[in-house]
Design a protein around this ligand. Structure first.
Ligand code: NAD
Length: 242
């Protein structure tokens, strides 16, 4: 039986989520059973190189993900995190850091979510010198790559592709929270995508308790977690968080 985590024992809580948290909302993970990798060669579709050489390929993957995410609803895993936020005492804090780009934590009601890998819901100009601001865009681009109305460059999804750095502000905010936390809870992540997979080591180095909730054991980092709960996050998280 899953025992509850004594959340009252912790003052600064960080929850790091990955694609597994949104699986029960009908959004495929990249890795793991039934992952998106089986339908798309994500190495080829989700890289900075692909954006330069074949942007429509990137947009086809993003359009597929947008189609699912636009109408997806948060599931009990997202809701358990909101419920935790709502019952924190004044002396406690919760920082939700997500590798997901689907916006479901915010749709569920979480506040101050740090999005490490950007957001599916927005598009921006690929030209870093262009003045076009990122804008909300749920359009599907499956036959033609969109172009910037200001400078004519290719438009791109406002997400972090492989071979790209994380947004510096999001990374810094996350690193600060991880260094200061006394509970680090990773949920629905394969713990393989850098640098997010390193955060558990930082948290442990600074004395935090580290707990993982995931369908499968991680390939790396098994020994670093104090507890590992294997199973669906949408069932385990409500029970663990009480
Ligand atoms: P991942 O796809 O590498 O791993 C997901 C993990 O979740 C797997 O280990 C799998 O076993 C586990 N899992 C699957 N269903 C689960 C469930 N119901 N409950 C608990 N665990 C479950 O995902 P990742 O580690 O988050 O990193 C991959 C990258 O993929 C991220 O950077 C993210 O940007 C991107 N991505 C995002 C979404 C999304 O926004 N929903 C979806 C797919 C991929």
């Amino acid at each position: 039986m899953t025992h509850r985590i004594d959340m009252a024992a912790y003052r600064r809580i960080v929850i790091l989520t990955g694609a597994g948290v949104s699986a029960a909302s009908g959004l495929d993970t990249f890795r793991g059973h039934g992952g998106l990798w089986r339908q798309f060669d994500a190495e080829a579709c989700a890289t900075a190189t692909a954006l330069r050489t074949d942007p429509l390929r990137v947009w086809r993957l993003i359009s597929f993900m947008r189609r699912g995410a636009k109408t997806a609803k948060p599931n009990p895993a997202h809701q358990a995190i909101v419920a935790l936020e709502n019952k924190l005492r004044a002396t406690q804090s919760l920082t939700v850091v997500t590798q997901n780009i689907d916006g479901l934590h915010q749709r569920a009601g979480s506040h101050g979510v740090i999005e490490l890998h950007g957001r599916l819901s927005h598009t921006r100009c690929a030209n870093p010198r262009c003045s076009l601001k990122p804008f909300e865009d749920w359009e599907l681009y499956e036959t033609q790559t969109p172009r910037c109305e200001k400078c004519g460059a290719v438009l791109r999804p406002d997400v972090v592709l492989f071979e790209e750095l994380l947004p510096p502000d999001a990374y810094r905010a996350c690193d600060d929270a991880v260094r200061a936390c006394d509970l680090f809870l990773a949920v629905g992540t394969s713990c393989t995508v850098h640098p997010a997979c390193d955060f558990v080591f930082t948290a442990k180095d600074h004395g935090a308790t580290a707990i993982l909730v995931n369908l499968e054991p991680p390939e790396n980092a098994v020994d670093v977690f104090d507890e590992i709960h294997l199973g669906p996050a949408e069932e385990l998280l409500p029970a663990l968080l009480g």
